[in-house]
Design a protein around this ligand. Structure first.
Ligand code: SRM
Ligand code: SF4
Length: 512
C-alpha cells in the first residue's frame, strides 16, 4: 500500500502515526484479551482509536460504557437481527439504548468491553457486522430505503449496496486493503427518483441515469462536510451499469484515494481535497487506469426529478396488495422494548423485515392490505406515530453531549422539546426540516435542512452558555443544494422565539 503523495513521514498527522504503528483492524484479534484485562488497562491508542475499526467506540463521556456502531447495508434489518440487537442493549438496563443514525444505520449504547467477544459471536450468527464502521474507513453504505418495493423505482439498490460492503469489508470479516484510508469515506447508491440518500453529501454517489436508452448510474464524487469546509459532490463524468462495475469503480476510487490522498493535515484529507489537487479530469483518468477498462462518459442528465419523500405513513408498494408503513421515531432513539416490539410487528404484519432511513425513522415493508387496520391500532404506533406533527416529523438530530465528547451542546432532548413546543403553539402548513448538530463536524447535516442548527458556545449576561449557529436554504431531492450559515451565536434560551419568528415569516406558520 504505497502513499504516492509527497507527504514525508515527518509531515504525517498523529492518526497516520497511530495507523502506521499498527493497523486498526488488528484489534479484531485482540478482543478476547481486551475483554479480560479490562478497558482501564488497555493502551490508549487501542482504546480510543483502533477499537473504532471494529465499530467499538470508547465514550469519554461515559467511561466503561461503549458505543457499538453496526453496518446496516441499505438500512435493512431482519426481525431476527433487530431482536439480537435488542437483547444486547437490554442487558444494560437504563444504560442501554440504540440510535438510528443519519446514515441509515444503528448504534448501540451502554456496551461493556468484557461482553464484546460474545456480542460479536451473536452478531456473526445472524449475519451482522460492525467491521470498519468508524475512523478512516468506509461508513455504512446507504441505498434507497424503499428499494424493491417502490412503484416508481428505477434500480433496486439492495444487492449492489451489499456487494460494495462485502468487497470493502471482506464479507464483514475485515479487509486490510481498505483499512488505512487517509480519512473517513461515504458511499451512497440511489435507485429512485427522489435522491433519498442525499447523494450530494457523499464521497461517491451513484445516481440513476439513462445512457443511450440503457439504465445505469452517473457518478458523483467528493461531497463531504467537515468543520473546515463543506462541499456538494461534483460529476466525475462517468456512467456505469448497475452491476459489478459499481463495486469495481468504488474499489478503484478508494484505491486512488488510499494511495494518493493527503495524510498530512486531517482537515484537508477528504477525497475532495485530492480532486482539487489533481483536477477532476486527471482524477478521472487515474481512476480509469485503476478501474482497468474504459469508463463510459456520463449520461447527459440523471433521473433525480422528484422532491424527497420521507416515507412516513402508509404507502402502496409496487407489489399489488402490499404496503409499507413508515413510523416516526423521535430523533431516532430506541430502547430495547421498542426494538422487540418493532421486530414483533414486522413478524406479525410484515415479512420479518425492518428498514431504517437517513431521517432516523423506521419502515415496515410488505404489509397486506387486510393487515393494515390491525397494525395501525398497535400500541407502538402511539409512540412511533404515522402522523407526527409538522416539525417533529422532519426533525433530525446528531448524538450531542449526552454521549459525544465533541459536542458543544445537548441536542436530541432539546431538539425534541423545542419542536414539540412549537408544534403545539403554531399551525404549520407543511413539514419544515429542522436538523440539529452538536458541533461543526455536522453529523446531523444542518446544511441539508430548511433550518439547520449547529451547536456552539455563546456569551450571555457574562456567562458562557450553549447556543447555535443558524443555517438556512438547504434543498434536498431534485437540484439539491447546501444551506449556509445565516446567523451566528443564538443562545439556546432564545431559540424558541427565533424559530417561531422564522416559521411565521418564512414557512407560513400561524399562531394557534
Ligand atoms: Fe459523524 C465523528 C456520530 C454521521 C461527520 N460522528 C463522529 C463521532 C464518531 C465522534 C466521536 O468519536 O464521538 C460521533 C459519535 C458520537 C456518538 O456517540 O454517537 C459521530 N456521525 C455520527 C452519527 C451517529 C450522528 C447521528 O446521530 O446520526 C452518524 C453516524 C453515521 C453512521 O452510521 O456511520 C454520523 N458524521 C455523520 C455525517 C452525516 C452523513 O454521513 O451523511 C457527517 C457529515 C458528512 C461527511 O462525513 O462528509 C459526519 N463525524 C463527522 C466528522 C467530520 C468529518 C470530517 O471530514 O471532518 C467527524 C469527526 C472526524 O471524523 O474527525 C465525525
Ligand atoms: Fe458529536 Fe459533533 Fe457529530 Fe454531533 S456533530 S455527533 S456533537 S461529532
Amino acid at each position: 500500500m504505497s502513499n504516492k503523495q509527497s507527504d514525508k513521514p515527518a509531515n504525517l498527522n498523529k492518526f497516520e502515526k497511530i495507523k502506521a504503528e499498527k493497523d486498526g483492524l488488528t484489534v479484531k484479534d485482540e478482543l478476547e484479551n481486551f475483554a479480560q484485562i479490562g478497558w482501564e488497562a488497555m493502551e490508549k491508542s487501542d482504546l480510543e482509536h483502533r477499537l473504532k475499526w471494529v465499530g467499538v467506540f470508547y465514550r469519554p463521556v461515559t467511561p466503561g460504557k461503549f458505543m457499538l456502531r453496526m453496518r446496516t447495508p441499505n438500512g435493512i434489518l431482519s426481525s431476527n437481527q433487530l431482536r439480537v440487537l435488542a437483547e444486547i442493549v437490554q442487558r444494560y438496563g437504563g444504560d442501554g439504548s440504540a440510535d438510528i443514525t443519519t446514515r441509515q444505520n444503528i448504534q448501540l449504547r451502554g456496551i461493556r468491553l468484557e461482553d464484546i467477544p460474545d456480542i460479536f459471536r451473536r452478531l456473526d450468527a445472524v449475519g451482522m457486522t460492525s467491521m470498519q464502521s468508524g475512523m478512516d474507513n468506509v461508513r455504512n453504505i446507504t441505498g434507497s430505503p424503499v428499494a424493491g418495493i417502490d412503484g416508481s423505482e428505477l434500480i433496486d439498490t439492495r444487492e449492489l449496496v451489499q456487494k460494495v460492503q462485502d468487497a470493502i469489508t471482506n464479507n464483514g470479516e475485515g479487509n486490510y486493503a481498505f483499512t488505512n484510508l487517509p480519512r473517513k469515506f461515504n458511499i451512497a447508491i440511489e435507485g429512485g427518483r427522489d435522491n433519498s440518500v442525499h447523494a450530494e453529501i457523499n464521497d461517491i454517489a451513484f445516481v440513476p441515469a439513462y445512457k443511450n436508452g440503457e439504465l445505469g448510474f452517473n457518478v458523483l464524487v467528493g461531497g463531504f462536510f467537515s468543520a473546515k469546509r463543506c462541499e456538494a459532490a461534483i460529476p466525475m463524468n462517468a456512467w456505469v451499469r448497475p452491476n459489478d462495475d459499481v463495486v469495481d469503480l468504488s474499489k478503484a476510487i478508494l484505491s486512488v484515494f488510499r494511495d494518493r490522498g493527503s495524510r498530512a493535515n486531517r482537515q484537508k484529507s477528504r477525497l475532495m481535497w485530492l480532486i482539487d489537487q489533481l483536477g477532476i479530469d486527471e482524477f478521472r483518468s487515474i481512476v480509469e487506469q485503476e478501474f482497468g477498462r474504459t469508463l463510459a462518459t456520463a449520461a447527459e442528465s440523471d433521473e433525480i426529478d422528484w422532491e424527497k419523500r420521507d416515507c412516513i405513513g402508509v404507502h402502496k408498494q409496487k407489489q399489488p396488495g402490499l404496503n409499507y408503513v413508515g413510523l416516526h421515531v423521535p430523533v431516532g432513539r430506541l430502547y430495547a422494548q421498542d426494538m422487540f416490539d418493532l421486530a414483533g410487528l414486522a413478524e406479525v404484519y410484515g415479512s420479518c423485515e425492518v428498514r431504517l432511513t437517513v431521517e432516523q425513522n423506521v419502515i415496515i415493508p410488505n404489509i397486506l392490505d387486510d393487515n393494515l387496520p390491525d397494525l395501525l391500532t398497535e400500541p407502538l404506533l402511539k409512540k412511533f406515530t404515522i402522523k407526527p406533527q409538522p416539525l417533529e416529523r422532519a426533525l433530525v438530530s446528531c448524538t450531542g453531549s449526552q454521549f459525544c465528547n465533541f459536542a458543544l451542546v445537548e441536542t436530541k432532548n432539546r431538539a425534541l422539546a423545542i419542536a414539540q413546543q412549537l408544534d403545539a403553539e403554531l399551525d404549520i402548513p407543511k413539514s419544515v426540516r429542522i436538523h440539529w448538530t452538536g458541533c461543526p463536524n455536522s453529523c446531523g447535516q444542518p446544511q441539508v435542512a430548511d433550518i439547520g442548527l449547529m451547536g456552539t458556545k455563546v456569551r450571555k449576561d457574562g456567562k458562557t452558555i450553549e447556543g447555535v449557529d443558524l443555517y438556512m436554504g438547504g434543498k434536498v431531492g431534485k437540484d439539491a443544494q447546501l444551506g449556509t450559515c445565516v446567523q451566528k451565536g443564538i443562545a439556546c434560551d432564545d431559540l424558541n422565539s427565533v424559530l417561531r419568528r422564522i416559521l411565521i415569516e418564512s414557512f407560513g406558520a400561524k399562531p394557534k
